[in-house]
Design a protein around this ligand. Structure first.
Ligand SMILES: [Fe+2]
Length: 251
């Protein structure tokens, strides 16, 4: 999301508005909307204010996460009510009756020394916080939401800016045995699979999408495939993950 569309690129504000309207019309019984970052393109306060105005009429609870195109301080200045951990990272826990949702802050910066800091990172403070949140559930299963995938996805450009310390992340979470699924963004393409035995889902973007190009080293590749969002359903003992290309849904 940004104030001015980039030349030749999809218009982010209009596409987000369409997505929110689609959710309101067709999935109004959802418990919440989780926006997995990036919330802006340039991390400026004007973009966050635009986002805030866009979300103000949403009837569902909205939980915001930040990614590599965000600026933590600017975000918190516009969304001071957004939950953070004790160190000021934009991380929170949402407890459902049968599931704990843990939303992570994988933003590497500051310093925002792009392009290096487009990769994600979970410092020791964040990993310790995560460890505590998983420990606190007892046997309750957890789903983790994070902007950067913690493993390769087959796109060399995006893999170069995935979570830098994926091994430490997996070592931290897998020892508990209660994490059931990962949800990620960042890549702008529907991808699913598993890594070290843990299933993951990566959703498309509400703006442009990643073309199926396994060779390019360009991290800004984007095509004009329809915008999309994902739906995660907890049902009996299942976690069901759907995606909706809402601009062509025909509903
Ligand atoms: Fe990203």
């Amino acid at each position: 999301m940004q104030v001015q569309p980039r030349p030749g690129r999809p218009e982010p504000d209009a596409r987000l508005a369409d997505g929110l309207a689609h959710v309101a019309e067709h999935n109004a019984d959802a418990d919440a909307i989780i926006i997995c970052g990036d919330l802006t393109h340039t991390g400026d306060e004007a973009s966050y204010r635009l986002l805030k105005s866009r979300l103000k009429d949403t009837n569902l609870p909205v939980h915001l996460m930040i990614g590599n195109h965000d600026n933590r301080a600017a975000f918190r200045s516009v969304f001071p009510e957004a939950p953070t951990d004790e160190n000021g990272f934009v991380q929170q826990v949402i407890d459902m009756p049968d599931m704990r949702l843990i939303l992570l802050d994988t933003l590497f910066g500051p310093p925002y020394d792009y392009p290096a800091s487009h990769a994600g990172y979970l410092c020791d403070a964040r990993l310790n916080w995560l460890d505590k949140q998983i420990s606190g559930t007892g046997e309750k299963p957890c789903i983790l939401f994070m902007h950067h995938p913690p493993h390769d996805t087959g796109f060399p450009a995006m893999d170069s800016i995935r979570l830098r310390n994926g091994k430490a992340f997996y070592d931290c979470i897998l020892r508990h045995g209660t994490v059931r699924h990962l949800i990620c963004g960042h890549v702008h393409r529907t991808i699913s699979g598993s890594h070290r035995g843990l299933p993951f889902s990566i959703f498309k973007s509400t703006v442009g999408q990643m073309p199926l190009n396994f060779h390019s080293l360009d991290t800004s590749l984007e095509n004009n495939e329809p915008a999309a969002y994902g739906l995660v359903l907890f049902q009996d003992q299942s976690i069901l993950v759907h995606t909706e290309d809402y601009q062509i849904s025909g509903l």
